[in-house]
Design a protein around this ligand. Structure first.
Ligand code: ADP
Ligand code: MG
Length: 731
């Protein structure tokens, strides 16, 4: 057993859980220790400065230079007490994850000389210029004018990571275009706040702000790091491009909610302690459906904060995994044949008066408000179903969607029987039946009573990409490695635009003499009709649904590069422009980046697959084939002809089978390389991505099929790549 695979397996089996102990008995003792939260701030900043920050966060007021200087001074003092020597603007470029450029606090005290001081001014807090030329911008910023800058987002708190003070920022070009995912998200949140607040005023004039809330559920895989290291595909692409299914995988359903393996448990505890230090309210942990797959979820938060916390925890997860001898896989589909990973986005809207706008209320007025928001959301999801799909689509997520484990690549909304019945009834009633005023002219609803608690677990549809779950919608199509900003921007933007349109229609009716309730009811009734095609409570995995969805006019496109076109339709451009979230130029530029990213991902995978096939699989198969041939010739030498033929029959047929697989693999790898060469010559980003999707990607399955067949034939002792049974069951 000299091969690396066996060494790695041996080592992996020896590993034990490491002891992890909490920094203190009570979580609340160390919760948020590394975050410059409002409470912490108040110890370092004056009352006036605190007030200015509060206004900046809540009302979006700008902070002047002297306030920024005061905040920076307080922040620096706090960070240095925690051991920080550097600071960075922490931003979210259009690639995956976050980016940062660390600068030390040091500066000359009085110009070049011996004396050094630690300096952090309001200017440095507010703005930083990373060398922006190497971040994708879709041609907005060509390299010679490579100036973009990051600007502080006071609504997300700064934090200390290792020795560095990290300041959440947006990233924009000098001409004002967004080069990141946070800037448009903040604008979308602002748009939905404005539009929803205006609609709330029909019901409660006291509402001053509407928050968008997000509770994400992060799924992930853990793989032993020794095994990981011997799989070039995992190292370079985050997923296995080859590997035959394990005899046992998830068919016994014994992993989901099962007892958590001890080594993983100790990882989870460690991860939670770290998360708590960063003020991330981690609440739920459990095994997921696939072997070695797990989930982590916090309590929901305001969307901008929740997104930042998710990005932060993804990077903490990676670090902590290594401490425990694991590698974290956030890829949407690391293993074929078993479930992939998603990141359900639980989303709702709520007022500053504490009312959940997707929570059925106690009074008829509250219920009319609930129905108003619900129906507007349905219309938004209906109109922009293609856009919502585009917002969560990536090369990785394409493997997961439609794989009979996750929603298909068609967006529909699930409401459940109770809510559906209410909408059906409303649709059929006249306004006189639905809106009843009692003797004191108080509103009453003529529809059946809406139960306050709709959280009925039996009435859940796990196959729906956008499901109502009692007080929120669960956007399930989001991928595990995604930055939630993308989906959240599209969703909040669509809902904002829809609410604006709704208010216009209602106001028109009121101005024409209708009562407010009647006007609202009439528009809602119309909306229930319009949005019907998006409602689907059946099995989203079924073939019939695909046919039905097509008939209903929902977007059924499955090619990733084509799906992105939904961002630049006339309707989408109008949506983003009218809400001030993204300009047409920005939308086009961002699509360029998406196509480039798609091409690069497939290109890297194709290269790795080619390498593995030619440098690992074929040589091993040939070695085994030559062992068989050796045996064959020995049999022929020893036994008489007829006896020899009988004894060597199996060897002879295996030799031929191997030869067939090898030649098919070689032929397909060669053709794939040729297809790549052709695609690489294409200049246009869209055409190139299409070529990678249409002409390069299709080789993957064929090559894999034959290498996986070889895995079943070749002697286990000489197979070098860890097998699925090892990657998935050693923990
Ligand atoms: P599930 O049963 O779907 O796994 P959980 O109860 O674990 O759901 O909750 C999933 C996420 O939904 C959590 O982050 C939770 O805080 C969040 N959540 C609950 N209520 C809301 C709400 N009103 N708005 C947004 N997110 C919410
Ligand atoms: Mg859920």
């Amino acid at each position: 057993m000299s091969n690396l695979r066996f060494k790695a397996v041996e080592e992996a089996f020896k590993k034990k859980a490491i002891e992890v102990s909490a920094p203190s008995k009570f979580i609340s003792d160390f919760y948020g220790k590394y975050v410059f939260s409002t409470t912490t701030m108040s110890k370092y900043l004056s009352k006036d400065v605190m007030k200015a920050i509060k206004n900046a966060i809540e009302k979006g007021e700008t902070l002047n230079r002297s306030i920024a200087d005061d905040v920076a001074a307080g922040m620096k003092m706090w960070a240095m007490e925690l051991g920080a020597t550097h600071y960075t603007h922490w931003f979210q470029p259009l690639t995956d994850g976050t980016a940062q450029k660390h600068d030390s606090f040091i500066d000359y005290a009085n110009g070049p000389g011996e004396n050094i001081i630690e300096e952090f001014s309001g200017k440095l807090l507010a703005q930083q210029e990373p060398d922006a030329s190497s971040f994708p911008s879709g041609g907005i910023r060509s390299t010679f004018e490579a100036r973009g800058y990051t600007a502080w987002d006071p609504s997300s708190p700064a934090f200390v990571m290792d020795d560095t003070l990290c300041i959440p920022t947006i990233f924009i070009s000098y001409t004002g275009e967004a080069l990141d995912l946070k800037a448009p998200l903040l604008k979308a949140l602002n748009a939905v706040d404005k539009a929803a607040t205006a609609v709330c005023h029909y019901f409660d004039p006291e509402v001053k702000k509407v928050y968008s809330y997000l509770g994400w559920e992060q799924e992930y895989f853990l793989v032993d790091e020794g095994l990981f290291a011997t799989r070039p595909d995992l190292v370079l692409t985050g997923r296995t491009l080859l590997g035959h299914e394990s005899a046992k995988n998830q068919q016994l359903e014994d992993h989901y909610f099962g007892s958590i393996p001890t080594r993983v448990m100790s990882y989870m505890k460690d991860l939670e302690f770290e998360g708590y230090k960063y003020g991330i309210p981690l609440k739920t942990r459990h095994n997921e459906v696939a072997p070695n797959q797990f989930e982590l979820a916090p309590i929901f938060n305001e969307t901008n904060l929740a997104v930042d916390q998710n990005l932060l925890i993804m990077s903490i997860m990676k670090k902590v995994a290594r401490r425990h001898g694991f590698r974290l896989l956030l890829h949407e589909k690391p293993f074929a044949g078993i479930n992939g990973s998603g990141k359900h986005n639980n989303w709702s809207l709520g007022t500053d008066t504490g009312v959940g706008l997707l929570t059925p209320g106690k009074t008829p007025a509250e219920n009319l408000q609930f129905i108003t928001f619900l129906v507007n959301i349905l219309v938004a999801v209906y109109k922009y179903n293609a856009l919502l799909k585009a917002s969560i689509m990536t090369a990785q997520n394409a493997h997961r969607l439609g794989a009979n484990e996750a929603p298909p690549a068609i967006v529909s909304a699930f409401l459940g029987t109770q809510v559906s019945a209410i909408l059906d009834k409303l649709e059929k009633s006249s306004s006189e039946e639905a809106i009843v005023l009692d003797s004191k002219k108080k509103l009453s609803l003529g529809i059946s009573h809406i139960p306050e608690v709709l959280l009925d677990n039996t009435d859940r549809n796990r196959t729906s990409p956008f499901a109502f779950t009692g007080n929120r919608f669960e956007f399930r199509a989001v991928g595990s490695s995604a930055n939630c900003s993308s989906g959240m921007t599209a969703l909040n933007a669509a809902v904002a635009a829809q609410l604006i349109e709704f208010k216009d229609s209602v106001d028109k009716k009121i101005n024409a003499g209708s009562s407010k309730e009647k006007a609202i009811f009439e528009v809602i009734k119309e909306y229930i009709k319009i949005s019907k095609p998006i409602r689907f409570d059946g099995n989203n995995y079924s073939e019939e649904w695909k046919i039905e969805a097509e008939k209903r006019g929902l977007d059924c496109e499955t090619s990733v590069p084509i799906i992105y076109n939904a961002y630049t339709t006339k309707e989408s451009i109008a949506l983003f422009q009218s809400t001030g979230i993204l300009s047409e130029k920005e939308l086009h530029a961002r699509n360029e980046v998406k196509w480039e990213t798609y091409t690069k991902k497939i290109q890297i995978e194709a290269r790795v697959l080619g390498d593995l096939a030619i440098n690992h699989i074929i040589p091993i198969a040939t070695r085994y084939q030559s062992l068989l041939l050796d045996n064959l010739s020995k049999i022929n030498a020893i036994y008489p002809k007829e006896k020899a033929a009988e004894l060597a029959a199996l060897d002879a047929s295996l030799v031929e089978e191997i030869a067939k697989h090898i030649s098919t693999i070689k032929k397909n790898v060669d053709q794939m390389i040729e297809a790549r060469k052709v695609a690489n010559k294409i200049e246009d980003a869209y055409e190139k991505a299409l070529a990678y999707h249409d002409d390069v990607l299709p080789y993957f399955d064929t090559i894999r099929y034959h290498t996986d067949k070889l895995e079943l034939i070749v002697d286990d002792e000489i197979w070098t790549l860890p097998k699925y049974r090892e990657l998935l069951f050693i923990r």
